[in-house]
Design a protein around this ligand. Structure first.
Ligand SMILES: Cc1cc2nc3c(=O)[nH]c(=O)nc-3n(C[C@H](O)[C@H](O)[C@H](O)COP(=O)(O)OP(=O)(O)OC[C@H]3O[C@@H](n4cnc5c(N)ncnc54)[C@H](O)[C@@H]3O)c2cc1C
Length: 343
């Protein structure tokens, strides 16, 4: 007779690794399937909010990630011309994505089963490995989501996100520039600083980094000189991707299947919350599996986390519009300056 339940986790990103680390191996056997394990450390830094840091503590990797993270002592918001809109003492941490993934890897139990393959039919794979529950932790393009709920392809936006490292002296401030049609930022980073920006650029399927950089250099040409300096200093080094969003979902769970992380609520990255939410999802689902077993966990998880994910996804899109508006910029800037003078 089987003593442990069996969970199939599709996707070994932040959400999938965190879930595999959080499930008690004495009670649950986990099979983790990842199609491209070599991509695990891609990306630059992730802003870690207090809730994300608490989640890392709960996973037992708080100290390790904290020691690899870079704190920002101030967060500054500027308009496109470089005028301060808001300047606050901050308690943000920027965690190199590679370090976060390495810490989560180190927390995985030795009993974990791993497969390297692209999942196209998650229910068939669950039957094949004998899993009781399928967890779609397979990101914004989620094959699990699209298999379980028809018509849930990702939403393709006309925004392109670029990011990269900026070697130099250690950056201690997180700075963001907001202006018409674009957003630019610099943060602490493992090579000194990291940078990111978002610009509008068609809806084609592929994004060529060199073309995206040229687009960004054109867009930010008459912004604060600092944005131009950064884009000049990075040469050809940039990671560029189209911003895709998860579609609006009425539910992210059924009796034997549940979505977590970007598969459920991929949002535009301007809030800097996606990985934090992925960690929180993973811990919440693990707690539900321990409490209710694999049968009751999906619905219980959905009751606790689904609405929050959908609200944040919408809030991020509204936030991106507010940051990059032309028409409402004067009112927005006046409000931000007024808020700054009160604090
Ligand atoms: C430019 C940018 C900046 C960001 N900055 C921040 C930030 O500062 N703070 C923050 O919290 N978040 C940030 N995010 C968001 C964050 O990166 C994501 O929310 C987070 O990585 C989601 O984790 P996930 O595990 O749900 O999905 P993913 O990281 O996308 O992982 C999904 C995994 O599933 C695998 N997979 C996909 N399909 C299949 C399949 N069919 N079969 C098998 N495996 C599959 C993929 O290879 C991947 O490894 C940013 C995102 C972007 C784009």
């Amino acid at each position: 007779m089987r003593t442990r339940e069996h969970v199939l986790v599709v996707g070994g990103g932040v959400a999938g690794l965190a879930l595999a680390a959080a499930l008690d191996p004495r009670r649950v056997h986990v099979t983790l399937v990842e199609e491209r394990p070599e991509r695990a450390g891609a990306g630059t830094v992730l802003a870690m909010w207090r809730s994300g840091r608490v989640a890392l503590d709960d996973l037992g990797v708080g100290e390790r990630t904290r020691s690899a993270s870079l704190p920002a002592e101030r967060a500054v918001l500027r308009d496109a011309a470089g005028r301060d809109l808001h300047d606050i003492a901050a308690s943000l941490w920027f965690t190199p994505r590679a370090e976060l993934m390495a810490a989560l890897e180190a927390a995985l139990p030795p009993s974990l089963s791993r497969l390297t393959q692209q999942v196209t039919d998650p229910r068939a794979l669950a039957t094949q490995v004998g899993a009781d529950l399928v967890v779609g932790a397979d990101g914004v393009r989620s094959a699990v989501r699209q298999h379980a709920w028809a018509g849930t392809a990702p939403v393709v936006t006309d925004w392109i996100a670029l990011r990269g490292h900026l070697p130099g002296p250690p950056e201690r401030t997180a700075t963001e520039w907001w202006g018409p049609g674009g957003l630019f930022g610099t943060t602490p980073g493992p090579q000194g600083a990291a940078w990111f920006c978002a610009v509008r650029g068609g809806r084609g399927a592929t994004v060529d980094p060199a073309e995206a950089l040229a687009l960004a250099r054109g867009h930010f040409a008459d912004w604060d000189p600092r944005t131009r300096e950064v884009l000049a200093a990075v040469g050809g080094q940039a990671d560029a991707q189209r911003i895709l969003l998860a579609p609006r979902l009425r539910t992210s769970a059924d009796d034997r299947l549940v979505l977590i992380g970007d598969a459920a609520h991929a949002m535009s990255p301007n809030l800097g919350r996606g990985a934090n939410e992925a960690l929180e999802d993973a811990l919440a689902l693990a707690a539900m599996v321990h409490r209710h077993g694999t049968k009751g966990a999906p619905r219980a998880f959905s009751r606790r986390r689904h609405l929050r994910g959908q609200v944040l996804r919408t809030a991020a899109s509204v936030g991106l519009r507010a940051a990059t508006t032309r028409r409402a910029a004067p009112a927005r800037d006046a409000l931000l300056r007024a808020a700054g003078s009160l604090s």
